[in-house]
Design a binder for this molecule. Structure first.
Ligand code: C5P
Length: 277
């Protein structure tokens, strides 16, 4: 029993951060979108007498218990009571520590794959709820690829696909840890943009990207501010950091000729009902 699936990257078309909550998470309001940049993951079910095996083409990705795919397999066993082990081979295309949701996407993909391979018929709504136990960004991937997410990210309102847009991604070799960026975030004193208004704009073809985490990320890594300016100067209309960074997504026609950056031209990509990305 084997299955190969694509595990897509996401960007936050806009990201408003609210106050820190008593549970330590920050409230947020964000429009998430999946891309056709995706990891390829091969799943093979093993006998329960073996142990789970994870491999990844990117040697910086841990292949032990800290990998979210391992957590997803463990959670699936606990929730369903099924006895199995699994071999998960990840062909990494999504840069890590980029704010592109690679780890969360891999975890969601694993829950979806195991449900298929083990014929457990768990609803996608249920898998979405389980995903929130793994990480705040995991539930989003059970939408159809465009969703307005609130709470700590786990409250997902699935939306119709936006009109397809080409998007350039650019990421410096240095990454940022989500925890450190949220830690450095200070609530803004000026009046904030109303996310509901920006959602309406996006739905009516007037997307205005922004990200409240740019300020703390630029404080932690000042070169990001220069990189953003450089990308704007190279001809893009919109350059915005994704999630907690350190990648930027760019709309328009710019030219990126920087050997030190990960650069990739991709586009919005949504999934069809009852199939994965
Ligand atoms: O949910 P996840 O494990 O991905 O979150 C990682 C860390 O990011 C949290 O421990 C927290 O420090 C920060 N975070 C946050 N507010 C959110 C999501 C994440 O402060 N809404």
């Amino acid at each position: 029993m084997a299955l190969k699936l694509y595990s897509p990257a996401k960007i936050n078309l806009f990201l408003r951060i609210h106050a820190k909550r008593p549970d330590g998470y920050h409230g947020l309001s964000s429009l998430f979108q999946t891309l056709d940049l995706a990891d390829e993951i091969n799943y093979t079910i093993l006998s329960p007498h073996e142990s789970d095996k994870i491999s990844c083409t990117d040697s910086r990705v841990p292949t032990n218990e800290s990998n979210l795919v391992f957590k997803a397999a463990k959670l699936f066993r606990e929730k369903t009571g099924k006895k199995f082990s699994v071999c998960i081979d990840i062909n990494k295309k999504i840069p890590i520590e980029a704010g592109l949701g690679g780890g969360s996407s891999n975890a969601a993909t694993t829950l979806w794959a195991l449900n298929r391979l083990l014929e457990t018929s768990v609803s996608e709504e249920e898998l979405m709820t389980w995903g929130a136990e793994i990480g705040s960004d995991v539930p989003f991937f059970f939408s159809h690829g465009t969703a307005y997410c609130t709470g700590r990210g786990e409250i997902v309102e699935d939306l119709p696909a936006l009109s397809t847009k080409d998007v350039w991604l650019a990421k410096p070799s240095i990454g940022l840890s989500t925890v450190s960026v949220y830690k450095a975030y200070k609530p803004l004193e000026v009046e904030q943009r109303d996310p509901k208004l920006y959602l309406q704009k996006a739905i009516t073809n007037n997307l205005i990207p922004f990200n409240d985490l740019e300020i703390p990320a630029f404080e932690l890594l000042p070169m990001l501010k220069n990189l953003k300016q450089k990308l704007i100067n190279s001809g893009f209309n919109d350059v915005t950091m994704s999630g907690s960074g350190s990648s930027f997504f760019c709309f328009g026609n710019g030219q990126i000729n920087d050997q030190d950056l990960f650069v990739c031209k991709t586009k919005f990509h949504n999934r069809q009902k009852n199939s994965w990305y």
